[in-house]
Design a protein around this ligand. Structure first.
Ligand SMILES: *Cc1c(COP(=O)(O)O)cnc(C)c1O
Length: 371
């Protein structure tokens, strides 16, 4: 379309109007009812107290621009994970990094592969850059490596993979990720989004550090929004080959992380006891909730993350996911409906406090037992 075909007003770039805007998890309850927000995979334990202290300490120097390289944070990440800080790039949430990657590597006419129930931010960023999202079906709600490889064409520039995936909670093994990488052309960028890596307790899982280190076409993104409990501050980081870090550094905002985020993130990642406690708490409740809800007659997809996918009977309108969502919301338990993820018969529940988790079990027992 020529730029002058519609002279009456500005026209967005191709793809932009195909985007369905991201809908964040709900966070409202009826007046007088205690709200348990279980819709955005936030941690019930909050951040490390050391991170809160570091955040507060920034209050006295707000007139100064932050360190545009986020050096303190990159060094803390590098020390914790045994990485070279030169291969790290921090973002205003990992969402910013995913957007920068799409912006730098995708153009009109390109294709990027995503999985059937993959994180919606990928689709948004692909479309925002005029490229085409190509959807690879999953098998039993799990990433299907062959389905991805079958969809690679000359136009493919990127593959986005959340591992573990949100909202399914499933993962693929390190061997499967390596098989995926081995099947991709060298100029296709594999983006491993490991937002939930800290929660995974499986011997055959890897977040992807080694694969990034040994190759020129793999990056791994991570976040402080989940186990670190700093979602409000918007902090993510990427580990990638020097040439990718260099390209993104040219495009990003010069001060994309604020000083409070840099200080709090660095303190948070050094508090390993807090992370271990959060992972342990999560593991205990994923198992307890999965068991209790299965006993009630619901199906729960085995999860390695900090949330579970609960399936409701599709043929019983009284016990549908939508009916359960309304029933739980009445009682202050706000879960995530997944129609936009192609899972209309399921709800995603973030692991909450013991009080919230027990409350959901009791409420769903009532819900399923209703005449
Ligand atoms: C929550 C989440 C993120 C984190 O995004 P931030 O922008 O860092 O808050 C990234 N990827 C997936 C799959 C997620 O579920």
């Amino acid at each position: 379309m020529s730029a002058r075909e519609n002279p009456s007003r500005p026209v967005p770039n191709p793809g932009v109007m195909d985007i369905a805007a991201y809908v964040p998890g709900k966070s409202k309850a009826k007046p007088g009812i205690k709200l348990h927000k279980l819709s955005s995979n936030e941690t019930p334990l909050g951040p490390s107290p050391a991170a809160v202290e570091a955040f507060k300490a920034e209050a006295g120097t707000l007139e100064f621009y932050p360190d545009g390289t986020a050096g303190e944070l990159r060094n803390a990440v590098a020390e914790t994970h045994g990485l070279n800080p030169d291969n790290l790039l921090c973002g205003n949430g990992s969402d910013e990094l995913l957007g920068l990657l799409a912006h730098v590597y995708l153009n009109t006419g390109d294709e990027a592969i995503i999985t059937e129930h993959g994180f919606l931010v990928y689709r948004i960023q692909i479309l925002a850059n005029g490229a085409t999202p190509v959807v690879a079906p999953e098998t039993d709600l799990r990433t299907d490596v062959d389905a991805i490889l079958e969809r690679v064409t000359e136009r493919t520039k990127m593959v986005f993979l959340a591992n573990p995936n949100n909202p399914t909670g499933t993962y693929i093994s390190d061997a499967e990720v390596r098989r995926l990488h081995a099947g991709l052309p060298k100029d296709v960028l594999l983006v491993l989004d490991a937002a939930y890596a800290e929660y995974v307790r499986r011997n055959d899982y890897s977040a992807g550090v080694e694969l990034v280190s040994g190759n020129e076409n793999v990056v791994m993104t991570r976040t402080f929004s989940k186990i670190y409990g700093l979602a409000a501050l918007r902090i993510g980081w990427m580990y990638g080959p020097a040439h990718v870090v260099d390209a993104l550094n040219r495009v990003r905002g010069p001060f994309n992380l604020n000083s409070a985020a840099i200080a709090a993130g660095a303190a948070a990642i050094r508090d390993r006891a807090h992370v271990d406690e959060a992972a342990h708490f999560n593991e205990t409740w994923v198992q307890a909730l999965t068991g209790a809800l299965t006993d009630i007659g619901l199906t729960v997809t085995p999860s390695v993350g900090n949330f579970i996918l609960i399936h409701f009977p599709g043929d019983d309108p009284e016990r549908s996911a939508a009916a359960a969502d309304a029933f739980l919301t009445e009682r202050g338990y706000v879960l995530r409906a997944l129609g936009t993820y192609g899972l209309p018969n399921a709800l995603r529940m973030s692991i909450g406090t013991a009080e919230a988790n027990e409350g959901v079990i009791a409420a769903l027992k009532d819900f399923m037992g209703r005449a």
